[in-house]
Design a protein around this ligand. Sequence first.
Ligand code: ADP
Ligand code: MG
Length: 224
Amino acid sequence: MTSITIPGGLLVAIEGIDGAGKSTLAKGLTERLRAHGVAVSVSKEPTNGPWGTKLRQSAESGRLSPEEEVEYLLADRREHVEQFIRPALQRGEVVILDRYFPSMVAYQGAAGLPVDDLSKANDFAPRPHLMILLDVEPATGLDRIRARGDRPNHFESEDNLARCRQIFLVMSERSKWVIDASKSEADVLEDSYARVVREFAQNVGDLSLENIQKVQSLLVGHLA
Ligand code: ADP
Ligand code: MG
């Protein structure tokens, strides 16, 4: 059986503060879509490439300047877009990203850089068809990080996360969809899957029998 694809692909960016449940949802959505025959590529930012690796190390050891962080993040994203995101979209896949450019706007914005400039610096990056914003109180995020067995890093003070959360909430991204991520993991997955299916249906193209069958197959996943 060939897997289900969509013309131009479908780009889904999962966003929110640390501990909101992004990685959990990225995994859940990927598994569920694949179980219903959809071609899915999943990735994260910062990536595991050279620029992303440097950034992760700096988060553990003490922060770079916000300007340096932006430079590394943009270099990382340029590579990611060219080598991974655009090719997967061209193959018609659903591309699920665990953080994308909105995270840079929120985090480096919280570090004091102008939010409008940060947004403009990402004009080269394809817009997501759907930005899922997992919204939680910083204290909840921090509790989850600790429960996960991690110690919060330099980004993860309650004050900083509160600033990030606020920027995420006011961000005017066309495709932004906010979900209350204090809900259970199962509820967050259920609602997000339904939202992705809706987006898929709106972008699938003409109402050929083949396309109707594709959407039907995903809806079965939603109703199951
Ligand atoms: P993020 O990637 O946003 O930092 P994670 O997906 O790693 O967050 O989730 C942080 C922790 O919280 C994990 O241990 C995860 O199992 C748990 N978790 C994720 N989503 C929920 C939820 N909706 N309710 C309760 N715990 C959750
Ligand atoms: Mg994560």
